[in-house]
Ligand binder design. Structure first.
Ligand code: ZN
Length: 498
């Protein structure tokens, strides 16, 4: 029966609101061990009031990008960067900064990719030490994610992790840092007037997500450190928000606690379940204090590492290939973009008739693997370990059928093109060392692939060679300098400035 009700709720949410998501409910088990940790953190907070100071604490997250055993269905990396940016926005004022802990862990394991919350062995076996282990999977039973207090890891299905509001990710990390549901104990059977009447008189409540009975919280705050989530600025929630797809508690101003006080709940808490129709979701000060206390009490997290905190706030300019251009030589293409502040590396995604994903610390990438007469797209994600909400648009371009030698020039070393950038009308100098005599040609190619200048030097003797190219008749922009011999060619990018 419960399943049918859930389905009905899903349908209502899907058809009655454009902004609401399918209801998110997680399967975090608020075990006795978990609630005991919460009580310890309450005690710690009262003894260490300095915990309330939101001095920055740095929190590593190891992402396990899980595919099925055939390697299919894995979460694309770009979404991890985006959701990391979002979680740092959610926790921005709380003194908790999350960063991506090292490389992604790629797991091909169907028993993790599709599992229920009760089979946590495979995740525990793959955990890394001193970090928050987050497994991005396909399904975890029919829940939207969970934190395992016994295994001390988080698992989130891709569908929920990808959500624009990022609530499931921020919610599960909240659980990792010991937050309970404000409605703990009411997960299975939330308040209804038919069952409880206007005045809720029960003293304790339990659900399949609790180890035992949970004390029912009162509106006046008199039992707030021992009832429900143990947090005093999250008002009582008898599961009110579980059956609504608006940002309002349907029963607000009508339901009373056992003291006969009217209950006012907090609809837009990240730790609440609701139809996810609120504009913003938030943590309270009490929740922030609790998470900092849990962090300070943990001895199983790396705490000394400070990530690069410069936030990425712009999108790279894409220089080459240009939109709708046809590149000169299909088997020798150098993608080129400008650097942006805060980016420690870039992810280049080449799409079209074949796709490639490259992570590089450079701002250019040479490939010889495109096909002739092809249609391609490319975009760049600036990357930082604290995440990035920025990405360029896709640029479409075409390849012609001209071939070129690979980007390698044998018997030539110490190639230098300077100054770079060079002002228009100043000479561009090129120098190199030759191990043997070679026929050398140098050409300048515009960013639309047009050859604008060619110089043939004939047979150049062994030793150092220096020459200059005039830029008098050229307009400002990105150019490629191609240095070629019968032993191959090498391409250097140069910027002509006004
Ligand atoms: Zn939860």
């Amino acid at each position: 029966m419960k399943k049918v009700l859930n389905l009905l709720t899903l349908c209502l949410v899907a058809f009655t609101s454009n902004t609401a998501y399918a209801q998110f409910n997680c399967s975090t088990h608020h075990s006795d061990q978990f609630m005991k940790r919460l009580d310890n953190n309450v005690k710690y907070l009262s003894e260490h009031p300095e915990t309330k100071d939101p001095t920055k604490r740095y929190v590593p997250i190891k992402f396990h990008l899980v595919a099925n055993t055939d390697g299919d269905g894995r979460m694309p990396e770009e979404f991890v960067y985006r959701q990391m940016c979002r979680i740092n926005q959610d926790y921005d004022t709380l003194g908790l900064v999350f960063y991506i802990d090292g490389d992604f862990n790629y797991l091909d394991n169907t028993s993790i990719y599709e599992h229920t919350g009760t089979q946590f062995g495979p995740m525990v076996q793959n955990k890394k030490p001193a970090t928050i282990n987050v497994f991005l999977v396909n399904t975890v039973g029919d829940a939207g994610g969970y934190y395992s207090p016994a295994g001390d890891f988080v698992a989130i299905p891709k569908e929920y992790f990808l959500r624009e509001d990022n609530v499931p990710f921020s919610h599960e990390i909240g659980h990792f840092l010991s937050l309970a549901h404000p409605h703990v104990g009411w997960e299975d059977e939330p308040y209804t007037p038919a069952q409880y009447g206007e005045c809720v008189t029960i003293q304790t409540v339990g659900s399949s997500q609790t180890g035992g009975q949970i004390v029912v919280e009162l509106q006046d705050g008199s039992n707030c450190t021992t009832a429900a989530d143990r947090i005093c600025d999250t008002p009582p929630d008898y599961g009110f928000m579980q059956s609504t797809n608006t940002c309002n508690n349907t029963w607000e101003g009508t339901v009373k606690d056992r003291n006969n006080d009217l209950i006012y709940t907090l609809p837009n808490s990240i730790m609440t379940y609701n139809g996810y129709a609120c504009q913003t979701y938030t943590f309270t000060h009490g929740q922030a204090n609790m998470m900092r206390a849990d962090y300070d009490n943990r001895n199983n997290l790396e705490k000394d590492y400070v990530p690069n905190l410069v936030q990425i706030s712009s999108t790279p300019v894409q220089n080459f290939p240009e939109a709708f251009s046809t590149v000169d030589t299909y088997n020798s293409v150098t993608f080129d973009w400008d650097p942006v502040d805060g980016a420690t590396s870039y992810m280049l995604v080449i799409g079209g008739q074949s796709s490639q994903k490259i992570i590089t610390t450079e701002t250019e990438y040479f490939t010889n693997s495109l096909e002739a007469n092809g249609s391609y797209s490319w975009k760049v994600y600036p990357i930082s370990e604290i995440g990035s909400c920025f990405a360029t648009n896709d640029i479409l371009f075409f390849t012609g059928d001209n071939t070129s030698a690979v980007n390698e020039l044998e018997n030539v070393s110490s190639i230098s093109v300077f100054p770079n950038p060079v002002s228009v009308s100043k000479d561009l100098h090129i120098s190199m060392d030759l191990d043997q005599a070679l026929e050398i040609n140098i050409s300048l190619v515009s960013n639309t692939g047009k050859v604008v200048k060619t110089e043939q030097y004939g047979l150049v003797s062994k030793g150092s060679f220096t020459t200059s190219l005039s830029t008098d008749d050229l307009s400002a922009g990105i150019y490629l300098v191609k240095i070629a011999s019968d032993k191959g060619q090498i391409v250097k990018r140069v910027l002509l400035s006004k």
